[in-house]
Design a binder for this molecule. Sequence first.
Ligand SMILES: C[S@@+](CC[C@H](N)C(=O)[O-])C[C@H]1O[C@@H](n2cnc3c(N)ncnc32)[C@H](O)[C@@H]1O
Length: 308
Amino acid sequence: MDRAALPDIISTGIYGTPPTELAEQPSGSTQFSPLIPGSGKLEDLAEGSLTEMVLLAPPGTVERRYATALALKALAPEGVLTALAPKDKGGSRLAKELKSFGCAVDETSKRHYRICICRQPVQLASIEEALSEGAPRFDEAIGFWTQPGVFSWNRLDPGSALLEQHLPALSGKGADFGCGIGILSGTILKSSKVTHLTLIDIDRRATEMTARNVEDARVEIRWADVRNLRLAGLDFVVMNPPFHDGGAEDQSLGQSFIRKAAESLRPGGVLWLVANRHLPYEGVLKPLFKRVTLHAEASGYKIYEAQK
Ligand SMILES: C[S@@+](CC[C@H](N)C(=O)[O-])C[C@H]1O[C@@H](n2cnc3c(N)ncnc32)[C@H](O)[C@@H]1O
């Protein structure tokens, strides 16, 4: 499709961080990724309010169809959607999915990506199913509010389950770093000695689900990057730190979480942590904490308590 032939662009949206050499991103565009704190929310946009959208499509099928359906709904008639993804992370299915929504798709390949450009088709076909499949829901099996795309959205993570078994009744002021949908926080708050709990996650959807799952006057929920936090004097921090960033293993993310916990705790405060056995966290814990205790090792996970 010839971009020069497009109508003047009034408002453009971006979803995620598509490589700039693959998709032009006009300056002044509004970001809509739930994984970038402070972004707008596609669900809240009036229908037809964007003239262009550049979307790095998420790898999960349900999440991807939901995001592309929301983007098409937010576009004005004839507005342009550029959706792209690595071929092996949903890219090879993008064109078919967009066609199922009634779009005439122009597809190209570059640097292992599939890039699909289409106009809003006015008569959107069957997006309702994609919107309802990707929406928040109460999952009877796990007993929590959840949404496709958030961490471990339809099953309890075995690492978190192991940490829950070993957590003592904590007390005072604390934080749950990377709270997900609030599973660990629910356990922490069973202790009446907990006076305040800050729950932080970089995923807006996770914080919204947490707000539904953890209704307690002692909690404060923040949509933020743990690495940018400024907390001090905490009695405890609990975490099942992430070790993937954008799909690739990133051990430095968990290591940053540990450093941030050490910075946020008062002397004598404790960090409770679960980690996959293969992750090299002990080397980061030992110089930062007075005492590091390995409490359990099972099913590929390790549970540590570290006292500052
Ligand atoms: C392994 S999951 C644990 C989730 C939850 N605590 C549980 O036990 O089910 C890690 C969480 O950290 C979040 N996360 C990843 N990077 C983050 C960052 N830089 N700042 C805050 N949260 C982050 C992810 O969105 C995810 O929900």
